[in-house]
Design a protein. Sequence first.
Length: 216
Amino acid sequence: MIVRKAKRTDDKTTVQNAPEIVDASIMATVKIIPIHRLKHHPKNPRVHNERNIQAIMKSLKQFKQLAPLVIWGPNNFVIAGNGRLEALHRLGESKVPVIRADHLSEEDAESFMIADNKTGDLSTFDFKLVTSIMKNASHSAIDATGFSDIEIEPLMGKSWEPTRPASVPTSKDEQVPMFAITFAPNMVKVVSARLDELRYEGESNEDVILRALGLS
């Protein structure tokens, strides 16, 4: 454990006696290894549906593989990046960057698989910024963001022309009936939390509801 003196940064005081988070020795384990040496963790609780894998593949083709997969143990189980591993296999990649997390106990490695996914689920988008970014992005980059056509259309308006049939029709294909559900203020957080519990990686609220209703 490294002890640091408290100091102020933007009127916030850092925590004293904070444990070392960024460990150079762990970062130094990044390597490129043959993809056939990696295995999906048998206890990976995150379910990757076909839409999610296809979205990851598009992202990889557009932006390349920018972050290493996290592996653990003698069997090289992937504890972060199982969806990317599947997508890379489908794209025919023979080698992938990885970082080892053998400092974790088996229990922590398994818990990390949950944390790696769930902590991201707790964030939200600033859609004004999303729109601003998309309006300056190339068509292929927008298509690789993971947003579906029906999500992009209200953000981009007439400037967005889908390049593929959407899984859910857009208004350019036919008139899509839209409706809203209003919840009491005390239920908004409850419903939002439940949607997050049901959500697969990359799914919008609409996707979750349609799947729960058996319509996707």
